[in-house]
Ligand binder design. Structure first.
Ligand SMILES: [Zn+2]
Length: 549
């Protein structure tokens, strides 16, 4: 028996409280045990190695434990029934691997006929059918009849990693529990406890590496730890672990990303090759780089929240935050997109690192839109919304028959805000005089949105939630609440489409200039007004992602 299986057997949970995570499932089952309201059939679904059969066995043991007080849920692990379950000798616990018994004859004989044979006095017969999705259609049909009219004192626990292959008729007969991957932090803590009990020294970085590598599976995590321990009985060092665990180095990854952010392909390629020469696993490195960038993407989208769980060390999380703050969303998307595409080409490449080198060059060569404009000084609401008098005097359109007034009954004067001097970008932009004024915009805005919709639904949808802020000669400054919208509306392709639509409706060359608007919410009235005048079309499914392409 190898060291890893020894460790796995040794630390396999024997009671509910030993199980890492899956609290939502434990609590429900424990409650059913205490109230004696057990189902006839359970369906456990989720990834491999997250505790499905382990919990099934503990449940079977708790049900049959002869010393369990009615108000408790944990099996005693001391009575003869408990001991027999732990030693795989309990005759009324039948474990079936459906993958090796797919035929209907086997199902009839080993499950259905066996279920009719009563359990020993005072016991409940438990069938654990693992990988149940492997059963044939006729096997499922045969099983269904038994699930519909279950024999007394029989409980079925079906487990599967592929719930979509289990017929709906079977699922609906079972109480279903969805197991999830175990969090890296939980796995890491659990591995530390195992190390302490094994009295081995450990490097926390190795445990984190194992926990990440196990991808949420407790069984894999323990197997990997066992393999690392088999190299040296009482120490878990990073050097040893790197012999077994695919190793990459976060410092290399963050340095590579830093080069790519600065569009420096040459030093990035140099560092990549140096790392490979030093023994870093290319596939693992790129995988972790994609993971690193993905976390950067999540940070970018939730910059004010800490709700998401980040698996990075604090040091690297800080570095990543800084990189993300200085990098546009479009740039992060480009890096992820390119690496994901080129990653798949590694195994077909004569020179394995060539696709990744190409990815670096593509990322650094790609034209990226200029840094977004920002409003330099926050505006107070008083400055943003002009008084009604001001609007009446200066800003109401002279043509009172424009669409916006025809279609809206409760038009208020504040719905057309005063253009603001404060938002003029400081840099000089080539402008030209046009025959369109700010006052002309609201009337034709719905037409513009409709025109844009012909080219791209999602662009039109995003344009609906922007607020035009100011028209400076032929440059139209529009505000968005979120930078990801602003960036989507700034990319060259989308900008061209928008400007074509503007040209068609206003018959002028208007420059589209999206900004992130710190005062967005104060301008809500404007958008509400416009949206009211756009006929809503509920049959359109708007795919916002389309605009980001
Ligand atoms: Zn017991």
């Amino acid at each position: 028996m190898s060291a890893s299986t020894t460790l796995y057997n040794k630390y396999r949970p024997l009671k509910f409280s030993d199980i890492v995570d899956q609290n939502h499932i434990k609590i429900t089952l424990q409650n059913e045990l205490v109230t004696n309201k057990l189902a006839h059939a359970y369906l456990f679904t989720g990834p491999r190695g997250v505790g499905k059969t382990t919990i099934a066995r503990i449940l079977a043991k708790a049900i049959n434990c002869s010393q369990r007080p009615a108000e408790q849920f944990e099996p005693c692990n001391e009575c003869s029934n408990c001991l027999e379950v732990n030693q795989n000798k309990f005759l009324d616990l039948v474990e079936i691997d459906a993958a090796s018994q797919t035929k209907v004859e086997q199902t009839r004989e080993n499950i259905i006929a066996a279920a009719r044979v009563s359990a020993s006095a005072g016991r409940t017969k438990i069938f654990i059918i693992d990988e149940v999705h492997m059963l044939s259609a006729s096997s499922f049909n045969a099983l269904l009849k038994t699930l519909e009219e279950p024999p007394a004192k029989v409980i079925f626990i079906l487990a599967t990693t592929e719930i979509h292959k289990v017929p709906e008729t079977i699922i609906s007969r079972c109480q279903r529990f969805d197991f999830h991957r175990i969090g890296v932090d939980d796995l890491e803590q659990w591995l530390a406890i195992v190390c302490q009990q094994e009295k081995v020294e450990y490097d926390q970085a190795v445990l984190k590496l194992i926990a990440k590598q196990a991808e949420g599976g407790a069984r894999d995590a323990l197997s990997l730890l066992g393999q690392v321990l088999s190299l040296s009985e009482n120490k878990v060092s990073l050097d040893q672990a790197s012999l077994i665990l695919p190793r990459s180095d976060l410092s290399v990854i963050s340095e590579l990303v830093a080069y790519l952010c600065k569009q420096q392909a040459a030093p990035a390629i140099e560092l990549l090759n140096k790392s490979i020469d030093e023994g870093i696993d290319l596939v693992q490195l790129v995988k972790e780089m994609i993971d690193y960038l993905r976390q950067g993407l999540l940070l970018k989208l939730n910059s004010n929240q800490d709700k998401l769980r980040y698996d990075l060390d604090k040091v690297y999380l800080k570095i990543l935050r800084e990189q993300v703050n200085k990098t546009e969303l479009a740039n992060i998307l480009l890096m992820l997109d390119t690496l994901l595409e080129k990653f798949g080409q590694i195994k077909f490449s004569v020179i394995p690192q060539l696709p990744i080198e190409l990815a670096f060059v593509i990322i650094c060569q790609s034209h990226l839109s200029a840094a977004p404009l920002a409003i330099s000084s926050p505006l107070t609401p008083e400055k943003v919304l002009p008084s009604k008098e001001e609007i009446k005097n200066d800003y109401l359109p002279s043509d009172q028959n424009i669409t916006i007034h025809k279609t809206t009954t409760n038009t208020t004067a504040t719905s057309i805000p005063k253009p603001m001097d404060q938002v003029i970008p400081t840099e000089e932009i080539t402008k030209k005089k046009i025959n369109i004024s700010w006052q002309d915009l609201p009337g034709k805005w719905p037409e513009f949105l409709a025109e844009l919709k012909k080219y791209n639904h999602s662009l039109s949808a995003i344009a609906q939630i922007c607020h035009p802020i100011k028209l400076v000669d032929n440059e139209l400054i529009v505000g968005f609440q979120y930078s990801f919208h602003q960036e989507a509306m700034s990319n060259i392709h989308n900008q061209n489409l928008i400007e074509v639509a503007l040209k068609k409706i206003f018959n002028e060359d208007i420059i589209w200039r999206p900004i992130v608007d710190q005062e967005y919410e104060q301008r809500e009235a404007w958008a509400a007004e416009i949206n009211n005048s756009v006929s809503s079309d509920s049959s359109d499914s708007v795919d916002v992602a389309e605009a980001f392409s």
